[in-house]
Write a protein that binds this ligand. Structure first.
Ligand code: ATP
Ligand code: MG
Length: 352
């Protein structure tokens, strides 16, 4: 069996450092590992319409921003196929057939969707498309016969839903589709980076993000304004490390080499944590350290992004070519789906 990756992001904003540690960094490593036969990276603009039908300009304008973030982080179009979801109508067709393999009750039980519904506060009611987006995600994954899906923790229920659809389809119509597995980041902290405001997840839709493309000044301002332990009022007070997003970011980004470079008072993160918990270490010093690390990590990415930004026609070309290649694969899978369902009537009529 071929090793195939499908993964992607909704163009609802520029990508943030949660995407970077939760998924993007991993994708680049997988891409360069040479272990995968095909890699598809999808800009999920169709899925982004499910909660932005009244603001498509946001989705449209962010397609290119997400593409720039990909290229800046090291996604190489020679090795990974970047595609734009709306331009592949076969994905809608598959979604339509899969809808019959899932019950409404099953969709309503999805914990990530439940949470997102709460967060979005849909005033006019929940759009049907939003509730059913896990089905369209199953179409995206199966269209490319992907067996590996590198994602953050919030996507686990989607992969489970996809496996259920694959099993139902294959048992009803014969072995056609491939069951995928999620691939989570090895550092658990990275699977769900919290927001700068301390909310459980950094999310484009919540405005609590540090973006990969933020300027040095923006990064500094956001880090210095971060939520910490609200009870750590004076420097001498003992502070809490658990649930403190500054420490969570350090867990995700700090390496021992950073200490001699930026903060030689300590040799590792555990020493900093211990001091903070005992009392006597102020938030400002820790935030300054975090800022130095983030500045160093994001500088080369931002510079690469600016270079791509100056050559947009070549980025458009990358999207056009990637989408064309991806569509061929999705069309071939859709054909085998139709054959399995025995609805390829015309082909049969010509044969007989
Ligand atoms: P939206 O708020 O529009 O849903 P988002 O910030 O959740 O945007 P998505 O495009 O939905 O981003 O997610 C793309 C990928 O990034 C998924 O694999 C998801 O698991 C991962 N991801 C998103 N947010 C985080 C985060 N805070 N930490 C780690 N991974 C994340
Ligand atoms: Mg999301």
């Amino acid at each position: 069996m071929k090793n195939i990756i499908l993964t992607g992001d909704r163009p609802t904003g520029k990508l943030h450092i949660g995407h970077y540690v939760g998924s993007l960094k991993n994708r680049v490593a997988l891409q360069n590992s040479g272990k995968y036969d095909e890699i598809y990276i999808m800009i999920a603009d169709a899925q982004a319409t499910t909660d932005n039908a009244d603001n498509l300009e946001k989705v449209r304008s962010n397609v290119i921003e997400v593409a720039l973030d990909y290229l800046a982080c090291g996604i190489d179009p020679q090795k990974s196929t970047i595609l734009v979801q709306t331009q592949i109508p076969e994905l809608c067709e598959l979604t339509f057939y899969y809808m019959n393999l899932v019950t409404l009750a099953r969709l309503e039980r999805n914990p990530t969707v439940k949470n997102e519904i709460k967060m979005r506060g849909f005033n006019a009611g929940i759009p049907v498309g939003f509730l059913t987006y896990p089905i369209s995600q199953a179409a995206d994954i199966t269209a490319f016969l992907a067996n590996t899906v590198p994602v953050g923790e919030d996507q686990m229920p989607m992969i489970e839903q996809t496996r259920e659809i694959v099993r139902s389809f294959n048992s009803l119509y014969g072995e056609t589709l491939v069951e995928p597995k999620e691939l989570l980041p090895s550092n658990k902290t990275c699977g769900r980076l919290p927001g700068t405001d301390g909310k459980a997840k950094m999310s484009k839709s919540l405005g609590n993000c540090i973006y990969i493309s933020d300027s040095p000044e923006e990064i500094k301002k956001k880090v210095m304004g971060m939520f910490t332990d609200p009870n750590h009022l004076r420097v001498e007070d003992p502070g809490k490390v658990e649930g403190n997003p500054v420490f969570t970011y350090l867990d995700a980004f700090a390496r021992n080499e950073h200490f001699p470079e930026f903060w030689s008072d300590y040799s590792c993160l555990d020493e900093v944590k211990e001091h903070y918990q005992k009392g006597g270490l102020g938030d400002v010093k820790i935030k300054k350290f975090l800022n130095s690390i983030l500045q160093e990590e994001l500088r080369p990415i931002r510079e690469k992004r600016e270079a791509f930004q100056k050559d947009l026609p070549s980025v458009y070309q990358t999207l056009i070519e990637g989408t064309k290649k991806a569509r061929e694969k999705a069309a071939a899978t859709t054909n085998s789906v139709r054959s399995a369902m025995k609805i390829n009537y015309f082909e049969e009529m010509i044969k007989n």
